[in-house]
Design a protein around this ligand. Structure first.
Ligand code: ATP
Ligand code: MG
Length: 401
């Protein structure tokens, strides 16, 4: 059901028929993520950067921030209902502390290219007899001189589309199915939000999936557990394959080349590695977990459709201490093209990063909090008296609050 209000000018339809590829080319820059009553957070704001690292004790809330990103990321792929189900259902998402659980909300702020900052917000609520409803979904999107707004109460959806100076404003109403997101209802405005969400990539490598024989797939989307690395690798151009092999060799010495080997209707990666007894070939199944994890992380960063934001939980897992710095340096180079967010318990990683890239996560008064490092913690680091990793080890990194 679509209706254009009388008296509003319809924008030349050629312009609104741009395909998604076109929207894709403009990279979003992610600015912040605000959570309200979401998992362990009552109210929190995470500021992104080129490269940020979340540090904090076990169960402090690092993965819960990542969970919010995953939820947003899965809306374009699975739809909101399935995205919520994949996170354990609505009830699990609601913040629980003393008293009753409240309605969770997520707000993402990002900018498309050089445009002013755009926002997307989703607020969910409980419904008797049903699981949840979308209480409010809104967006204010700036893109190529245009401004799109979304205002939805979970059933009636209103999109507006105008020049940034307010000219040529038009308004369209739609109806959205209960429990679903309105971002796919709104033409170009919806595409921009959809694409921004889709440009967030989380990586949770499962080495067994990387090693398994894989079915060839034409998708260009990296599976976060590594289960389609063969197809993603095959899709790289020759120069990027070389770059990936060189980077992997910096972490796992001796790797000389990687190719996709076909075995009946399945495929796997075959590595050529220099060993003491000469050059040998190994299938992914024979490679170490650390090698497969490092490979998948590098591939996620170098894949053909580069993510706007790459999220990696605990990249230190299964990586040799001596190679960690190399991995972080490689990621820092990639962060010029894709923003990166990691969670980590590693003092060595923290030491390899600028102090401003660290975000402290902690739990207090029944809720999680996140903040950059306080000035008084930064001071001795700037003076060279102590390193951020030493502060982490002695539990004396203080948040700026
Ligand atoms: N709905 C909820 N309401 C309140 N607290 C919750 C909710 N769901 C999870 N939590 C809390 O969040 C904690 C888990 O947080 P999270 O997984 O983000 O920790 P983490 O910082 O990633 O820890 P680790 O370093 O061990 O991975 C749980 O221990 C639980 O106390
Ligand atoms: Mg965690």
């Amino acid at each position: 059901m679509t209706s254009l209000d009388d008296g509003l000018v319809e924008i030349d339809s050629d312009e609104t028929n741009l395909d998604t590829e076109f929207v894709d080319r403009e990279h979003p820059r992610f600015i912040s993520l605000e959570l309200t009553n979401f998992l362990s957070y009552k109210q929190a704001k995470l500021e992104f950067g080129e490269f940020i690292a979340l540090v904090g004790p076990n169960a402090s809330g690092k993965s819960n921030l990542v969970a919010a990103i995953k939820l947003l990321r899965e809306i374009p792929t699975y739809g909101l209902q399935t995205a919520i189900a994949r996170r354990g259902g609505f009830d699990q998402l609601r913040h629980r502390s003393a008293g009753r659980p409240y309605d969770p909300a997520i707000r993402l702020t990002f900018a498309m290219g050089e445009n002013p900052a755009s926002t997307y917000e989703l607020r969910l609520g409980a419904v008797k007899g049903q699981r949840y409803k979308v209480k409010k979904e809104s967006a204010d999107v700036y893109w190529r001189g245009r401004r799109f707004t979304l205002d939805s109460d979970g059933s009636k959806v209103v999109w507006t589309d105008a020049r940034q100076n307010g000219a040529n404003r038009r308004r369209a109403e739609f109806v959205v199915a209960p429990g679903q997101s309105a971002i796919s209802t709104g033409g170009l405005g919806g595409y921009v939000v959809y694409d921004a969400l889709q440009m967030m990539q989380t990586v949770e490598v499962n080495p067994a999936k990387v090693a398994d024989l894989q079915e060839p797939s034409s998708t260009r989307e990296f599976d976060s557990d590594g289960s389609n690395v063969t197809s993603i690798y095959e899709n790289l151009d020759a120069a990027t394959k070389r770059e990936l092999v060189d980077e992997l060799a910096a972490i796992v010495p001796g790797i000389e080349s990687i190719e996709v080997a076909r075995l009946a209707d399945r495929q796997t990666l075959r590595f050529r590695q220099r060993t003491e007894s000469g050059i040998r070939e190994f299938y992914a199944k024979q490679m170490s977990d650390g090698t497969l994890r490092a490979l998948a992380i590098l591939l996620a960063a170098l894949q053909r459709s580069r993510p706007g934001l790459l999220v990696i939980e605990e990249p230190e897992v299964a990586i040799h201490l001596g190679a960690l710095r190399t991995l972080v340096e490689l990621l820092q180079v990639q962060s010029e093209q894709s923003q990166i967010l990691i969670t980590t318990h590693s003092a060595d990683i923290v030491d390899a990063l600028p102090i401003d890239s660290i975000r402290i996560v902690w739990s207090q008064s029944d809720a999680s909090h996140v903040a950059p490092i306080s000035e008084h913690s930064k001071e001795p680091v700037r003076l060279g008296l102590i390193t951020p990793g030493q502060l982490l080890r002695s539990d004396s990194l203080d948040p700026a609050i």
